[in-house]
Design a protein around this ligand. Sequence first.
Ligand SMILES: NC(=O)c1ccc[n+]([C@@H]2O[C@H](COP(=O)([O-])OP(=O)(O)OC[C@H]3O[C@@H](n4cnc5c(N)ncnc54)[C@H](OP(=O)(O)O)[C@@H]3O)[C@@H](O)[C@H]2O)c1
Length: 305
Amino acid sequence: MRLIVTGRNGQVARSLVEHARLVDRLVVVPVGRPELDLAAPGDVTALFRRHAPDVVVSAAAHTAVDQAESEPDIAFATNRDGAGAVAAAAAALGVPVVHLSTDYVFDGSKATPYTEDDPTGPVSVYGRSKLAGEQAVALAQPDHAILRTAWVYAAEGKNFVRTMLRLAQGRDEIGVVADQHGAPTYAPDIAEAVIGVARNLIARPSDPTLRGIFHLSGAGETTWAGFAAEIFSRSAALGGPHARVRAIATADYPTPAARPANSRLDCGRLAKAHGIIMPDWREALGRCMDHLARGSVLTGGGQAA
Ligand SMILES: NC(=O)c1ccc[n+]([C@@H]2O[C@H](COP(=O)([O-])OP(=O)(O)OC[C@H]3O[C@@H](n4cnc5c(N)ncnc54)[C@H](OP(=O)(O)O)[C@@H]3O)[C@@H](O)[C@H]2O)c1
């Protein structure tokens, strides 16, 4: 199977490329800037045709949630129009698209985990642009699976785990928001799930149950403060940086973009249709921390966050 993935240095794109190194007859071609700029995409079909993909994975996005508040035009050009252009190119080549979306399409007011049938109501520019992206993808290529994920992290890239470890190098105590609930999702687990979905779409080209919107996040749930505490406890056990976590309220940590208080996603549809069950978030974090320890990142011998 040959996959194109958009974005070159993104957490999910890199994880897909890494994963393909371990799997026979799986080729993942990352396509990103400068040849593909989602904000000014040009002839995406011609670009993709050169790589003869079986499936297109649309992972690149304007993911700077706070920055998007002050540059909505770029966020929409990238996350709506760019994603639509990628899906249209997949349609022109007659291949399915697997598109990554976000829990931030919801307003977070629901008391229980969100299902795919719950009404959306994004509270940020990023969330609105990603929701518009879902709609553009669905319109451009009916043969799609849209995977909404949440709280993505990896051993590389810009993410919460690396930020916490960096902050702990200079502080004994860190205030972390304790009233936003969700499940951390390890990018290599997303990569594996994306490949499973892609294989299913190819194997059963006219099965409607495999197509549409699916939720995909780590199993279990926590808060950002709970996530931070688990990072530090595992880091301490591995001889890495750690700090005390002081639970704070969202109101005590104002940011340009509002964030949903409830980011929990019910992943039952993905399990039923695609047979994919994500690992528990704590177990996944353990693998990430072991990976960082092997690279000497925790003990300062490797590249810090
Ligand atoms: N990160 C999260 O917590 C999170 C949560 C929920 C959903 N998601 C969704 O999951 C997907 C993957 O996220 P991620 O964490 O892997 O993203 P990421 O690490 O933030 O990387 C984003 C990627 O998008 C690329 N990109 C940004 N603007 C672009 C443009 N104009 N043209 C081409 N490429 C562009 C970046 O390219 P460069 O390498 O050139 O910078 C980078 O490769 C995204 O669709 C995101 O919306 C992420």
